[in-house]
Design a protein. Structure first.
Length: 235
């Protein structure tokens, strides 16, 4: 089993001090940066657009994992690709035709992902699994950082692992929302491979150390089948 990848979410960075925060993420050993795009329609919040993503790209060597929380992602696929996205993920619940949007992303040198909100069953994405590089399982209702992790989403992660094996698919499994050095345990043990963390990185006094803590705990979670506070014997 490969170590989980850590994707600090820029939404929680200090935008008045973005250069410094992004440098910290890099120095702490982040594997990519997660970039949340919200349109105020698909979710009740607005973040930023392609121009800011281009600026972020100019400040970091890390790949940009772009998460589109947009009702009509197709309208902006080209813009976010040109702004520097290494991966573009949009929601299965969006209003656009999924096969068309998947095709459009795949015409670029860019990976493509599908995201699933907590109330949407994983079966909604099943027919598209052969076509995606990343499956994003939301562990909070999308829209805001700093929310509480939903442990009941771990059954979806387990299901995604099983379906990938069954279908011999290539996607990696990403979890997003409320991940911290504790909740990373159940997430990694369920099979999550990309860990998005906003508050747990940029909301901490030492973002570099916070990334190292996440990485260490993810590695521990893989190494042990039981968490440290679980008194039952290790298997
Ligand atoms: C929620 C976003 C997440 C979130 C992560 O809509 O997709 O990326 O901001 O932030 P934390 O880690 O604070 O939950
Ligand atoms: Zn996100």
């Amino acid at each position: 089993m490969k170590p989980a990848l850590i994707a600090p979410s820029v939404i929680a960075a200090d935008f008045g001090y973005l250069r410094g925060d992004l440098a910290r993420a890099e120095q702490g050993g982040a594997d990519m940066l997660h970039v949340d795009i919200m349109d105020g329609h698909f979710v009740p919040n607005i973040t930023f657009g392609p121009d800011i993503v281009r600026k972020i790209k100019s400040l970091t060597k890390l790949p940009l994992d772009v998460h589109l929380m947009l009702s009509n992602p197709r309208k902006f696929i080209t813009d976010f690709y040109e702004a520097g996205a290494a991966n573009i993920t949009f929601h299965i619940e969006c209003d656009d035709k999924i096969t068309t949007a998947l095709h459009e992303v795949s015409t670029f040198d860019c990976k493509v992902g599908l995201a699933v909100k907590p109330k949407t069953p994983l079966s909604a994405v099943r027919e598209y699994l052969a076509r995606i590089d990343r499956l994003l399982i939301m562990t909070v209702e999308p829209g805001f950082g700093g929310q509480k992790f939903m442990p009941d989403m771990m059954s979806k992660v387990e299901e995604a692992v099983a379906w990938r094996k069954e279908g011999n698919f290539r996607y990696d499994i990403e979890v997003d929302g409320g991940l911290d050095k504790w909740t990373i345990w159940p997430a990694v043990r369920a099979g999550a491979e990309v860990i998005v963390a906003g508050t747990a990185v940029f909301g901490q006094p030492d973002a570099e150390q916070a990334i190292r803590d996440l990485r260490d705990n993810a590695a521990q979670a893989v190494a042990h089948l039981k968490s440290p506070d679980d008194p039952s014997p290790k298997v």
